[in-house]
Ligand binder design. Structure first.
Ligand SMILES: [Mg+2]
Length: 322
């Protein structure tokens, strides 16, 4: 198959949404924003050997490639609308491509996201997605709006994806019964799209936890010029991780919980007056939203352990260039 056959067979589809004037097949796509709306644009790259293992399941990879981008849009409060997909492949294997696009398309269909452009080339396996989301003008949730006294929340629970990676790397063992659920968190993250949209006008700041809670939270603190105190015992996590944190594997468990990447949960702040609305959202969306600490005027991030004592050293968040 040549490049154009790959595009025709796996990527081309007729435009669906009325605001897509020109979709895949021309030199560029043309979309018309609705009156009073703004677009949020984000791009993310996944490289074999860096973000996913060689031999990774193509269908799950197709899902995850899109999911990480939808997660970034959710963190801004944007409703995902359009995506562009660029991929490098060592060879164009029809079965592999079909499975990859099945995973990608299933998630795209779930959120009514339209693929409007892309590119393919031969090379080490790499995928790059540009996602475009929509929101009413001026309502984007940024990292810079947190204020002293705000409560810090996280959605779902943290650390399971990193724990799955640690198990795969034989650095720790867990009950085999728990493995499928952990592995799903790593391979098939669910972006918090509905939550992100619902947090417009509720959250003072937000981001998605992709590189680990402490490292990501620091982005909010830096952008908002504030500090934070969080309680280790309040951070929601699985029973497996909580049990590990009580034993000899505590350092690894804390690293998963505080600095483990790939969770794709949302971390956000809100004023205490918003507490009832946050609780109502959690109920309406069936997503646990757990308060884990508070924003402080003093800069820096302090974490209190299970006994209320300050933790001296914190595990480092993932840094691709570290
Ligand atoms: Mg992000």
């Amino acid at each position: 198959m040549n490049e154009f056959e790959v595009i025709e067979r796996y990527f081309r589809r007729p435009p669906r949404n009325g605001d897509v004037r020109i979709g895949i097949g021309d030199d560029g796509a043309v979309v018309a924003p609705a009156a009073g709306m703004e677009y949020v644009l984000t791009v993310d790259m996944l490289v074999e050997g860096r973000h996913f293992a060689a031999g990774a399941d193509p269908r799950q990879l197709g899902h995850k490639t899109l999911a990480v981008n939808l997660s970034d849009l959710a963190a801004m409060g944007a409703l995902p609308r359009f995506v562009l997909l660029a991929g490098a492949l060592p060879v164009a294997e029809p079965d592999w491509l079909q499975a990859f696009m099945r995973g990608f398309d299933a998630l795209a269909a779930q959120y009514d996201v339209e693929l409007i452009g892309g590119d393919t080339t031969r090379g080490p396996r790499t995928f790059c997605v540009t996602a475009i989301g929509e929101l009413p003008a001026g309502t984007a949730i940024t990292r810079g709006g947190a204020n002293p006294g705000d409560t810090i929340f996280v959605s779902g629970r943290l650390g399971d994806a990193a724990l799955a990676l640690a198990v795969a790397g034989r650095r720790v063992e867990v009950d085999p019964m728990l493995l499928p659920a952990l592995q799903r968190r790593l391979d098939a993250p669910e972006p918090r799209v509905a939550l992100g949209v619902a947090l417009r006008g509720v959250a003072s700041s937000a981001l998605d936890v992709s590189d680990g809670l402490t490292g990501d939270l620091r982005h909010i603190l830096d952008a908002s010029r504030v500090g934070a105190t969080i309680d280790l015992a309040a951070i929601p996590c699985s029973d497996a991780l909580r049990a590990l944190a009580r034993g000899p594997q505590r350092p690894l468990a804390l690293a998963c919980l505080l600095a483990g990447g790939d969770d794709y949960e949302l971390c956000f702040t809100a004023t205490p007056a918003m507490r009832e609305r946050v609780d109502a959202l959690a109920h309406a969306l069936s997503v646990p939203l757990t308060p884990i600490g508070a924003i402080t005027a003093e800069p820096g991030l302090a974490i209190r352990d299970e006994h209320g004592a300050p933790m001296a050293s914190l595990p480092h968040a993932f840094d691709h260039f570290a």
